[in-house]
Design a protein around this ligand. Structure first.
Ligand SMILES: NC(=O)c1ccc[n+]([C@@H]2O[C@H](COP(=O)([O-])OP(=O)(O)OC[C@H]3O[C@@H](n4cnc5c(N)ncnc54)[C@H](OP(=O)(O)O)[C@@H]3O)[C@@H](O)[C@H]2O)c1
Length: 356
């Protein structure tokens, strides 16, 4: 075994550094394409847990933890702690850290969890402009230094920030997406499975639209054991409105109870990264730019079912019930108007224009 300190990214000037990489005596499987994943906002609660969750994915050979200038010591400590976890687990993943966004060059996937989180009682959309001012210059740098990467937005409000990231990075729309309503869909799935007393894998359901107040549950696309849920006699008793309210309020409830959501979003992020790197072609509900895939509604980034693989995300054209179309249209219009306002205000922000 060769223990070495790899060439650093900015180690010399003290801004960043690298951990230690234990090289395996065996090459990676020839059929497995190894990948570098960068996490922006790695010093945050979701960023640091996501780093650990992502490190479990066999395709990930290298993790880059990116934080703000002034957080060098924390990043160094996080890298050491993760390396210890790899040692305990017996895996061979390289970890490095940096305070420079430019160091994401060469990454296959860049996960962005940087931004100000919601405070108790604060709506995700209140955050829009504040976080857009952080994301816009970052996305512009990513587009310049990592033009082949997939950019995965987590920061809220995720639908609005996915459009900001798409616009400012200049990357193709299939390679910029957001966590969207994936976690909301998983929360609903879990509630339905619990109600019917079945394993979660027996339930398929989706929530589309905004990751927030105007989200739209697709009961027309919900099955249990392959049976359309409305064909089950028990469906008439199902407290559907109550379940959707629970899904809408879960994030805020967790924030109120323990300060932040961590494990749910962290595992959801890892699922998406695994699906991409494994080229799995799973259909997951994420925020992506739609043109007319849902009843000709489009022109914005919002949560819809998409096929996810190594090339990126591809929205699946769907037909849904009339009431669902109406609710989805309202959700799209709400996100469209906030996104438009945020983009216009960003355009007028001198610091962002001049950073181009
Ligand atoms: N889409 C979803 O389903 C979902 C779910 C949960 C959370 N989220 C969102 O994910 C984001 C992270 O949440 P969290 O709980 O991890 O928050 P957190 O613990 O406060 O972490 C925020 C991260 O962003 C960094 N940051 C803050 N201000 C910054 C700035 N001006 N420039 C660059 N980086 C900055 C922080 O750096 P420092 O450590 O230096 O402060 C930290 O790394 C939030 O926007 C949250 O709303 C999304």
């Amino acid at each position: 075994m060769d223990i070495r300190r790899p060439r650093g990214c900015g180690v010399e000037d003290g801004r960043s550094g690298e951990g230690w990489h234990v090289e395996s005596t065996e090459d990676a499987s020839p059929t497995r394409i190894m990948a570098k994943v960068a996490i922006l906002g790695a010093t945050g609660r979701i960023g640091s847990f996501a780093a650990s969750a992502i490190s479990h994915i066999p395709h990930v050979s290298e993790l880059l933890l990116v934080g703000r200038s002034g957080r060098e010591e924390y990043l160094e400590g996080l890298a050491r702690d993760l390396m210890d976890s790899f040692a305990a687990r017996g895996t061979d993943t390289r970890v490095s850290w940096s305070c420079e966004t430019e160091d994401v060059a060469g990454s296959d996937i860049i996960v962005c969890t940087a931004g100000v989180p919601r405070q108790p009682g604060q709506d995700r959309l209140d955050l829009a402009l504040e976080n857009a001012r952080i994301i816009a210059p970052t996305a512009r740098t990513i587009g310049r230094v990592a033009p082949d990467a997939i950019l995965f937005m987590v920061s809220n409000p995720v639908d609005v920030l996915t459009t900001v990231a798409l616009d400012y990075s200049g990357l193709p729309h299939q390679r910029v997406f957001g966590l969207g309503t994936h976690l909301d869909s998983m929360r609903l799935k879990s509630l339905i499975a619990d109600y019917f007393g079945v394993h979660v894998s027996e339930v398929h359901t989706r929530i589309i639209g905004e990751h927030g107040e105007s989200m739209v549950p697709l009961w027309s696309a919900t099955t249990i054991g392959g049976i359309q849920i409305s064909n089950l006699p028990a469906f008439s008793q199902l407290p559907t409105d109550e379940m959707v309210e629970t899904v809408k309020n879960t994030g805020e409830l967790i924030i109120r109870q323990k300060g932040s959501t961590i494990f749910g979003p962290g595992e959801a992020i890892a699922t998406l990264v695994r699906t991409i790197l494994g080229d799995e072609n799973r259909i997951l509900t994420i925020s992506t730019y739609i043109r007319k895939e849902v009843h000709n509604i489009g022109g914005v980034c919002i949560g819809v079912p998409a096929r996810v693989n190594r090339s990126g995300v591809f929205p699946v054209p769907i037909l849904i019930e009339k009431s669902e179309v109406q609710a989805f249209r309202q959700s799209v219009e709400r996100i469209r108007s906030i996104t438009k306002e945020v983009l216009e205000r960003l355009e007028n922000t001198d610091e962002i224009r001049s950073s181009g």
